[in-house]
Every structure is written in structure tokens, then in C-alpha cells.
Design a protein. Structure first.
Ligand SMILES: [Zn+2]
Length: 218
């Protein structure tokens, strides 16, 4: 193939794939060979689907190191047995029971559109496919949202940040509703961590387990 200028998004992706083969695959054939046998990641990360917060990039990890679920606003639903397709719960079950990860990290982020919509309720009452799926999903934050909206309103950056960080706590609280997670955290086999990536300055913050406050990683 020649280096013709790309004119489609897929061409750009294919160019990236070729770079990956050069620097990410060919020099690391042994690692990829061992990964063919299976995966043994120690950490599961739940992050937002937002294109700016890729956990593999932020934590500079190699293939096989982190098991990742990404969705709107990095949310974990509570343990539910209602009919439906529980994608996050399926991934959690696999990570905790089959892969036996040692740690689950929920990573929220700054300028999160999902958290902003939870705060403003701008999609409230819309139909599925027209915003309704998002509205329903971020409804997981309703309880945490109300006191923030009352105290700080729904427009200020301060309110958005409070919502983004409260969302991490909601997901961690919901993780604890899963019986297998309860069991493994109580006997020390599994640890839950909250984190927050501030897009504006690229700084990662970790949540203090006791206080729930976020502090920047130095
Ligand atoms: Zn987000």
C-alpha cells in the first residue's frame, strides 16, 4: 500500500493499526504469544465512554493488564435480578468470579457529559433512542444529584464537579450491593477504589476511602 492521503475515518484507523503492528505488536511477540493462552489482569477499571479518558492510555498499561468496562458516566448499577440485559453486571461477574481481580477502580472524569445531563435533567422525559436510554441510565445518579442541585444549582462548574465526584461514590456504593463483591471485600480479597481524571490539566485524583475526598496524585 502507498501513503495516499486518507479520506475516510476508517483509513485513519487503519494507519493507526499499521503503527500498532510496528511498535505494539512486532517488538512484543512473546508477550502476545503468552496472552494467547489467556488473560490474568489484577485490576478491573470502570470508566466513562468519553473519548478523552482511555484507561489504557492514562495508566500506560500493556495488553492483558486491566479489564475494562466503559459506559456513559462510568456507572455501576445496583445488583438487580430484573429481566433485561445486565452488561455491566455480567462484566463484573466475570472479573470478580472468573478472573478474580484484586481491585476494582471506578474512574470518573472532568467535563463529563453524562454527569452534566444527570445534573440538568435535560434529557428527562425523552423517548428511548431520542435521549431516553441515557436519561434512564443516568437516573442512577438522581439521589446523589438532588442535594447538589439544591446547594449549587445546575449550571456552575462547581456543581458539575460535585456531580462527577459523587457519581464515583454512587458506583462504589452500588458495587457493594453485589453479594460476591461484599464477600470478597469483607475478607480482603478485593479492594474498591475511586478515582477521578481531570481532563483540563491531565491530573489523576484518588478518592480517600474514609472521607470520600479526592486528592491529586503527585
Ligand atoms: Zn463522561
Amino acid at each position: 500500500m502507498t501513503d495516499k492521503p486518507s479520506n475516510s475515518k476508517a483509513d485513519k484507523l487503519v494507519e493507526g493499526y499499521r503503527r500498532f503492528r510496528e511498535v505494539g505488536w512486532n517488538p512484543h511477540r512473546d508477550r502476545w504469544k503468552s496472552l494467547r493462552e489467556g488473560q490474568q489482569p489484577d485490576v478491573m477499571i470502570i470508566a466513562c465512554s468519553d473519548s478523552r479518558v482511555d484507561p489504557s492510555q492514562i495508566f500506560d498499561v500493556a495488553p492483558g493488564e486491566i479489564f475494562v468496562v466503559r459506559n456513559v458516566a462510568a456507572l455501576v448499577p445496583p445488583f438487580e435480578t430484573s429481566p433485561g440485559h445486565h452488561g455491566v453486571s455480567a462484566a463484573l461477574e466475570f472479573a470478580v468470579q472468573v478472573l478474580e481481580v484484586k481491585e476494582i477502580m471506578v474512574m470518573g472524569h472532568g467535563e463529563c457529559g453524562g454527569c452534566k445531563a444527570a445534573l440538568t435533567r435535560e434529557l428527562h422525559g425523552t423517548q428511548p433512542g431520542e435521549g431516553g436510554f441515557i436519561a434512564d441510565w443516568i437516573g442512577l445518579l438522581d439521589e446523589a444529584r438532588d442535594p447538589i442541585a439544591q446547594e449549587l444549582g445546575t449550571d456552575a462548574r462547581e456543581a458539575e464537579l460535585a456531580m462527577e465526584q459523587a457519581a464515583v461514590q454512587v458506583s462504589i456504593d452500588n458495587l457493594r450491593t453485589f453479594p460476591c463483591i461484599q464477600r470478597k471485600t469483607s475478607d480482603g480479597r478485593l479492594k474498591l477504589r475511586g478515582a477521578f481524571f481531570a481532563i483540563s490539566d491531565g491530573v489523576l485524583h484518588l478518592m480517600d476511602e474514609q472521607s470520600g475526598a479526592f486528592a491529586p496524585v503527585s
